[in-house]
Design a protein around this ligand. Structure first.
Ligand code: KIV
Length: 275
């Protein structure tokens, strides 16, 4: 087990990129997950709106609310008081103008104790949202490529940036995002060549998920890498089979209750001696 480490900050990320040190990030959604992530020594926790799917059971991330994010991010902060935590701004919380965007981003920071927010997209409207949030001293991580909040626009979860035009569009959006002042960029579901070119072009670090081997860091969803969800994706490596382990343990518990094996005398207060 790796020991807890000191909190990283915005300067550390830039420095890590400069010295070619990969940045590690994983999602977490509650107190006990955050404790495990902290103990593992990961650099960053992302409270992703993927919680809509892996925790709340929605089909996509679009129904996740700001209150959902605040509730889960606060629990993550309690589980990991020293971590650098980024929280996703959910769908429609940064699309409706500067004031609403600033109010929503500041609620996340003030009510959860997180360090930064993340938002998806690189259109002119999203660039304005990035600038508005940075204007109130909140660091912004951007997110390009297969941005899950655009699932209806994309017609499904499809790799982005395959055509020349799309490739160039994502590359130029990445450059605009850096100019707008984002401190980090998540790249999701794009060809490795595009992940490499963006990572080499930008000074800010890129964090890949299904974006190849040349990003400055990597992120995966907690449930996917731990085998705690039925989903199977090409870009995911499974480091455990938590679903199998949990089902086995629960089956044992179930059977021991039925057989009267649990509780044994050691689990009982002042056990009766002759049972
Ligand atoms: O919501 C999320 O978990 C994310 C990651 C997939 C990057 O945005």
């Amino acid at each position: 087990m790796t020991k807890k480490k000191q909190q990283v900050n915005l300067m550390s990320f830039q420095a890590m990129k400069e010295r070619n040190e990969k940045i590690s990030m994983v999602t977490a959604y509650d107190y006990s997950m955050a404790r495990c992530v902290s103990l593992s020594g990961m650099d960053v926790i992302l409270v992703g709106d993927s919680l809509g799917m892996v925790v709340l059971g929605y089909e996509n991330t679009l129904m996740v609310t700001l209150d959902d994010m605040i509730c889960h991010a606060s629990a993550v902060r309690r589980g990991s008081p020293e971590a650098f935590i980024i929280v996703d701004l959910p769908y429609m919380t940064y699309h409706l103008g500067e004031l609403a965007t600033k109010q929503n981003a500041s609620r996340v920071i003030i009510e959860t104790g997180a360090n930064a927010v993340k938002l998806e997209g690189g259109s002119p409207g999203r660039i304005d949202a990035i600038k508005a949030i940075i204007d109130i001293e909140i660091p912004v991580c951007a997110h390009l490529g297969l941005t899950p909040q655009s699932v209806n626009k994309f017609g499904g979860y499809k790799v982005q940036g395959k055509s020349d035009a799309d490739y160039e569009k994502i590359l130029s959006q990445a450059i605009e995002i850096e100019k707008a002042g984002a401190f980090m960029l998540v790249l999701e579901g794009i060809p490795e060549l595009l992940g490499k070119e963006i990572s080499q072009t930008l000074k800010i670090p890129t964090i890949g998920i299904g974006a190849g081997r040349y990003c400055d860091g990597q992120v995966l969803v907690y449930h996917d890498l731990l085998g705690y969800s039925p989903a199977q994706f090409k870009f995911v490596k499974r480091y455990a089979d938590l679903e199998g382990a949990v089902v086995d343990a629960l089956s044992n518990f179930n059977q021991e209750i039925k057989k009267g094996v649990f509780p044994a005398s050691e689990h009982v207060y002042y056990p009766i001696q002759d049972k």
